[in-house]
Write a new protein. Sequence first.
Length: 766
Amino acid sequence: MTAGHNPQLKAWAERFGLALLLLVLVAVFSFIPVVRDSELRLTDTFFQLAPAPAQHSAVVLVLIDDESLRQYGRWPWSREILGRLISNIADSGAGVIGLDVLLSEPQSASADAALQNALKASGRAVIVGKIGAFPDGPHWVEPLPSFSQAAVAVGHAHAVLDDDGICRRFPPLELTIDGPRWAFAVEVARRVDERRTSKFLRRYGLPLADDAAHVIAAKPILVRIPFRRDAFDTISASTVLQGADLKARLSGRPVLIGFGGTEISDRLNTPLATELPAPGVEVHAQILDGILAGRLLHEVPMGVGALLLAGTCMIVVLVFRRWRGWASVTLIVVLAMTVYAVAFLTFLWASRIVPAGAMLFAVMAGPLLVYSADFALVERSVTRQLLGLRSWLTTQGKDSATHGNGDLSWKLSLLQKLGTELGSLYELHNTLLESTQDLVVIFDEKGNLLLHNQAFAAALAPMPAALTLQQLRTLWIPEADAPLIPARALQEGEVHLSEKLYAVRIVPLPPTRLSPGGGTVLTFTSLQTRVERDRARAEALAFITHELRTPLASIQGFADLMIQAPGSPDCEGAPETILWESKRLLALINSYLDVLRLDAGAKPVKSDVLELHDIARQVFDILRPLAAGANMRLVLESDAAVVMVGDATLISGAVLNLVSNAIKYGKPGTAIEVRCFASADDVVISVRNQGNPIASSDIPHLFDPYYRARDMEPAKPGWGLGLAFVKRIAEKHGGSVQVKSEPSSTTFEIHLPAKSGVDAPSEMMR
């Protein structure tokens, strides 16, 4: 199977290709001086962060510093003074004396003899020669032969500076006319501990021998200097010349003599130098200490470094192919810190220097390369698709112009046409989707939300941020009488969603570009109209079953009395009672059924001009016998000019309900007060009775269907539908109902809008 037929294999091939390209890019840029210097400076920070070795250095520095120059005069000193300096150090028991002072020019015979005798008498002095810069090229500057013969060895003091002017390496061996010459610090180390010196040199491929058999090229081998952070023991040359007792500090230790004054010292920049460069003798001390302490510092082999760099490039490509945005910025920082930490720990524990700079460059350049490659792929894919789209538009007669493939203008023009087409299609589909009253929602093959209309979002508000099909199934409650039933590829049934009943239809979504694996389409059709119709029927049944029981029982009782005892005195008022109760029953039936027909949409609200005084009188005529039976009086206070526009049957039914309740729950022997008056823009019908107050916790629920106050007397019949109908009648007229309960009385008020410009009936004009 080829990579073209296996997407996963193709993806890995692209990653390996990007990693290889990044590796080549880093390798090429590593030859740029700025990048190469950055690599060196990065390694310098390891020396600055590394802790000092546990064992203090055995090397002692005797410096010709500013104090010495003030006491013994400006440089050059008389060599008699240098001879005395060497003699005093030798007398203090120094193990080896290294003189980092170039003795190439003669002074007076006596002065040169004094220094020669001191060197010879010490028997353990090493002096230096160095390569000097001359107009005709570099030449060796050698010490006088007399001094070379008096010293035990002559070492070179040649310093190697990198391109940025910092001394990081030294050549253990240099070629001269007389043959190879060991470095000054190596010659001193040989006299201190030849075994350790030999071991140190062998690790760099330099056997400790005085012949030149192994030297085959003029280019020397350069060795990293293992710098240590802590300072060396330092003594001023003036202290030694004054004859101070230094045996305790110098006995058996190697001593290097060199310049430390600010004006005459041969200072060098080192990785540890911060403000002032370090004296040259201190660099020799660093080399000598590294040899004697066995501290080695190697760069990792080129092959290992290449593998580390290649691994870093691969990790960078894998990481930035996966993450984007702010996550990628965080990953750059994390990867850079990780590379630096690994390089530092390798330096600290294994004394190896890895190409940390190149690896960090790969971390920085990797995202640019990956994103550039992605951009190139996207641009190529877009171009290919636009070419196909242009061909399609041309066949459809929507784009007949010919453009060059290398010109950007045709792409912009094509995108503009495509935007117009897609905008039109989107508006059409969005209009179709939003125009339906049904709830529509679409999920992909994994059950993740793809699309929904506003009706669905409104019905589910607040809608979860990342709704899935599984979550939606947990939000609905199947209707027991119509559960979801599979039928071929679809499911149909009824569910309760957000406390509303819907007919749900679940069908599969064919594979599309938006969801290649297909998905699921759900359509919810509201059954609220059916629910309202069923509720109206149920309320009508409840009303017929319960609310009409009392007047029917009264009519039945009196009719039975007239049949059983037609001549009884109790039958004298029976016909009137039957007539009153039938009127009240008919009024209740008419008002309740009208409300139910209004709720079902089968009957509009009438717009009759009503005189509230007459409405109240009609209600009083019906309920006066009921009030008399309860030993209560009906009192009407009304302005004859209070009129409104509304449905007479409904308003009468609302007042009838309130007055009936006032009689039912009022205190016997009291009056029922009914007031009709105008208040601002409203007309108010107020019904007040005297009796026990209504608890404040019951007042907010009095107008809910089937609600009855908790302290209601069980003997009082009723199912809590009357006040609910009163509220709905008021709302159908654009008004509201209120209740005020006081310790000895309760008042119900119907507030209805007063229609402006309503003329009073003709009877009122007379």
